[in-house]
Design a protein around this ligand. Structure first.
Ligand code: IPM
Ligand code: MG
Length: 354
């Protein structure tokens, strides 16, 4: 198992170091794991003048899976758009054809009080958001900021989805629904946007191939509301890139902290990039207070989806559960009576529990 490790920026280095400890532990148990490091994002811009340099692209393509921390930092916000860290992330997703982004929102019972929602609303919550990741307004052409003949500036982005793009993400979502409770909610804005009207039509057509799955459609604004009103009505949610970006952040907060949520971004052959759903949090970088659990849980997803190793995926998830049961908490999930630990201590505790 060759894994490209891209710590990235901000807290990326700290959290990836904890996930690497977990991989090391599995290796000392006899798993054949090879890790090679490269730069992505601001770190790559600093080192090689490009947020997604060729060296990183080569390594990522030659690896079975990629483990990523996070990218971004204030010091890069004024760079030309193409040189910004986020651009590096979008390019690696696109270059590796990672069109299927899985973002589970799972509430650990130990964290029921960490959510800002009433515990009866969120207890038992287990949602899988399937976000299309390589299309939509994120990549559509034309785009840019231009000057109109009257001298005023205009910003343009284009929302577009081809039928084949919708079909392939649809198959992933229906496939996941089949392995869960066979409930799929497709989210769109079909009352206003033609792109998503097509999305709704294609999902409905696809559903004929999955007669056991109950497909429903929901408008994105209503979904945003339902997620905080009655989130347990959802099992699998499938949506486009921009809606998925927004709804997955919202869903993460149902679970108490975005610091708990892993993600997998897969291509057609289940090669994947695994990263926490959260960002680089430059405000707390270097302080050893970040929560490494989302990144560690991303390693579990890697074993499950790319390496087909359900047993070790469950083992890692079990170890995370155990440290929570032991009362260990990073600052983002801390509550009175628990033991506050830093990023590195949390990593060590997971390794011991493993
Ligand atoms: C995410 C992030 C990225 C996105 C940014 C950093 C480009 O918000 O992974 O959700 O918008 O996809
Ligand atoms: Mg986001």
């Amino acid at each position: 198992m060759k894994i490209a490790v891209l710590p990235g920026d901000g807290i990326g280095t700290e959290i990836v170091a904890q996930a690497a400890k977990v991989l090391e532990a599995l290796r000392s148990d006899g798993m054949k794991i090879e890790m090679e490091y490269a730069h992505l994002g601001g770190a790559a811009y600093d080192a090689e003048g490009d947020p997604f340099p060729q060296s990183t692209e080569k390594l990522a393509k030659a690896s079975d899976a990629v483990l990523l921390g996070a990218v971004g930092g204030y010091q890069y916000d004024t760079l030309p758009r193409d040189m910004r860290p986020e651009r590096g992330l979008l390019r690696i997703r696109k270059e590796l054809n990672l069109f299927a982004n899985l973002r589970p929102a799972l509430l650990y019972p130990e964290l029921a009080n960490a959510s800002t929602l009433k515990s009866e609303v969120v207890s038992g919550l287990d949602i899988m958001i399937v976000r299309e990741l390589t299309g939509d307004v994120y990549f559509g052409q034309p785009r840019g900021i231009t000057t109109l003949p009257n001298g005023e500036r205009e910003g343009v982005n284009t929302m577009r989805y081809s039928e084949s793009e919708i079909i392939r993400i649809g198959h992933v979502a229906f496939g996941i629904a089949m392995k869960r409770n066979k409930k799929l909610c497709s989210v769109d804005k079909a009352n206003v946007l033609e792109t998503t009207e097509l999305w709704r039509m294609v999902m409905t057509e696809l559903s004929k191939e999955y007669p056991e799955v109950a497909l429903t459609h929901m408008l994105v604004d209503n979904t945003a509301m339902q997620l905080v009103r009655a989130p347990k009505q959802f099992d699998v949610v499938v949506t486009g890139n921009i809606f998925g970006d927004i709804l997955s952040d919202e869903a993460s907060m149902l679970t108490g902290s975005i610091g708990m949520l892993p993600s997998a971004s897969l291509d057609q052959n289940n090669k994947g990039l695994y990263e926490p759903s959260h960002g680089s949090a430059p405000d707390i970088a270097g302080k050893d207070i970040a929560n490494p659990l989302a990144t560690i849980l991303s390693v579990a997803m890697m074993l499950r989806y790319t390496f087909n190793d359900e047993a070790n995926a469950l083992r890692i998830e079990g170890a995370v559960r155990k440290v929570l049961q032991q009362g260990l908490r990073t600052a983002d999930i801390f509550e009175a009576g628990m033991q506050k630990v830093g990023c590195s201590k949390m990593g060590d505790a997971v390794v011991s529990a493993l």
